[in-house]
Design a protein around this ligand. Structure first.
Ligand code: MSP
Length: 501
């Protein structure tokens, strides 16, 4: 059996409700997973929750619940959220599950036996909020620590450390030799800059159980629990291990946000090297969303609630906006006005109008029966399909949508140019009207297939309205002329109802 295309998202801290940023990352991964399936590959798509550590323990205490009960309640909400986004994921990991915990402990034992860890006493500064040790280098010019670290306390304690330094040059060489390992390029350069200008300090992989007990106990010293990042990153292989019959590792793509790049591009590769495992093929780094030019924040109320947007506008409108508005890489800015404007211009008046008028005219002028084949728009459709295929393989989702919309726009222009409503009035133009109608409905069919990874619900609706029994998730069917003459289409209905704004 050939290796599956294995794609993951970051696993979210279960210390609150999902927001726009979490939704965005999952949708990116979902589109890539669906695209690969459409292109004929076998795919495994993993997402899930990061449930241990200080943040979760504190959130549970604040609600006067045990951490496990707190996680169980919230995990249900997050699983529902994955359903709400219609993610095509194959598994959903929770790091409190035995299958994960046991694997983390086995891994820790192996690394310990191999002499990768050592114990030492640390005296210095610690940020509880970021669960990280700080050094003099982390001080701002005025001597304080960055407010993002929250309260910084001084402590003195024993811990276990993982030897990172020995692998620094190896990692630099690897990243230089593999340009696609970290994408986009400017994120890759950031990591290279960091590695070349700093000496890697060893990574503290434990926390004393006396201070933090919500974690996986170190198998070789029960007075400590595992540092949450060491636990969390291992999910990417603990779950493949639980599906031993499938060949999954190495991952093809880890989709993550820019804030957790160091963990994925520095710590994780070195952990894998120490485990004698191959590295993931690619770390795909997206930017951060703001709303109305300001940080998304629960405390200031500057939030976008994905569930509310989906309930009001539909899932595909939400998926479309985040993917079309923001390329994978830079930061983005959500505005309600921008959302409405794309909804009305590109979805309702663009795609929706094209499909609705094409099918309605076929219904009105030809009783919904597909006329003889014609290929006036075949070259435009082939161009969009070729471009989309190539762009999907490079995870260029925004550019793929632009290419698909060039076909939407071309076909809408074709309606204006050929004016089928005029042709219908002229008995001498029967054949010409047949040609125009075929080109329009066939373009709608091809569009449905190209759109499938992005807007799966809309894609299925177009196929249903076309009266096609098969599913729209096979890219190989996006070739011109598959719609047969004599085929009876179904009932047209608006895909994106216009809203009075
Ligand atoms: N638990 C860690 C990840 C462990 S992966 C082994 C974590 N969780 S998180 O919940 O804080 O973030 C999860 C993902 O959501 C990260 O990739 C992060 O970049 C992303 N986002 C969180 N807020 C975001 C925005 N405002 N915009 C876009 N993505 C954002 O980090």
């Amino acid at each position: 059996m050939s290796k599956r295309f294995y794609i993951t998202t970051a696993i979210d801290y279960v210390n609150g409700q999902p927001h726009l940023g979490h939704a965005y990352e999952k949708i990116i991964a979902d589109v890539i997973a669906r695209a690969r399936r459409s292109l004929g590959e076998e795919v495994f798509f993993l997402t899930g929750l990061d449930e241990h550590g200080q943040k979760v323990q504190q959130a549970a205490i604040a609600e006067k619940k045990s951490p496990q009960a707190y996680c169980d309640e919230l995990a249900a909400d997050w699983k529902n959220f994955a359903k709400k986004l219609e993610l095509a994921n194959d598994d959903f990991v929770r790091t409190t599950e035995p299958r994960h915990k046991e694997f983390v402990q086995t891994t820790l034992s192996k690394l310990n036996d191999a002499g990768q860890f050592y114990r030492k006493t640390y005296a210095g500064f610690y940020s509880t909020k970021e669960e990280t040790f700080l050094t003099e280098k982390d001080r701002l010019p005025d001597g304080t620590f960055d407010p993002t670290y929250g309260e910084v306390v001084e402590l003195k304690e024993d811990n276990y450390y993982f030897k990172l330094g020995a692998h620094q040059q190896w990692l630099i060489d690897y990243i230089e030799a593999n340009p696609l390992f970290i994408q986009p390029d400017y994120r890759r350069n950031e990591v290279l800059g960091f590695l070349k200008n700093n000496t890697l300090e060893d990574l503290c992989i434990s926390r004393p159980a006396a201070r933090l007990n919500w974690g996986i106990p170190l198998p070789f010293d029960k007075n400590f629990v595992t540092y949450v990042w060491f636990d969390a990153l291992v999910n990417y292989i603990s779950i493949p291990n639980a599906h031993q019959k499938l060949e999954l590792w190495p991952a093809n793509v880890h989709v993550i946000g820019k804030d957790i790049l160091k963990f994925h591009a520095v710590y994780w590769p070195i952990m894998l090297k120490a485990m004698n495992l191959p590295l993931p093929k690619q770390i795909l780094v997206h930017g951060w969303w703001q709303k109305d030019g300001a940080k998304i924040s629960k405390s200031t109320g500057n939030i976008v609630d994905p569930i509310a947007v989906i309930d009001e506008w539909g899932l595909d409108a939400f998926r479309f906006y985040v993917l079309r508005e923001l390329d994978i890489g830079p930061d983005g800015n959500w505005t309600d006005a921008g959302f409405r404007s794309r909804y009305s211009a590109e979805l309702a008046n663009g795609l929706g109008n094209l499909v609705n008028r094409s099918l309605s005219m076929l219904k009105r002028y030809r009783n919904g029966i597909v006329p003889a084949k014609s290929d006036e728009l075949a070259a435009d459709a082939a161009k969009a399909a070729d471009e989309t295929r190539a762009l999907l393989k490079q995870n260029q989702l925004q550019a793929a949508l632009q290419s698909i919309w060039s076909l939407v726009n071309r076909a809408n222009k074709y309606v204006d140019e050929t004016a089928p409503f005029k042709l219908a009035k002229d008995p001498a133009q029967v054949k010409r009207l047949d040609e125009v109608l075929y080109n329009l409905v066939e373009t709608c069919r091809v569009l449905a297939i190209l759109l499938n990874p992005f807007l799966p619900g809309t894609s299925a609706k177009i196929f249903a309205q076309l009266g096609l029994k098969e599913t729209s998730d096979k890219f190989s069917q996006a070739v011109w002329g598959k719609l047969n003459s004599g085929h009876q289409i179904g009932e047209p209905a608006p895909l994106f109802p216009r809203k009075d704004i």
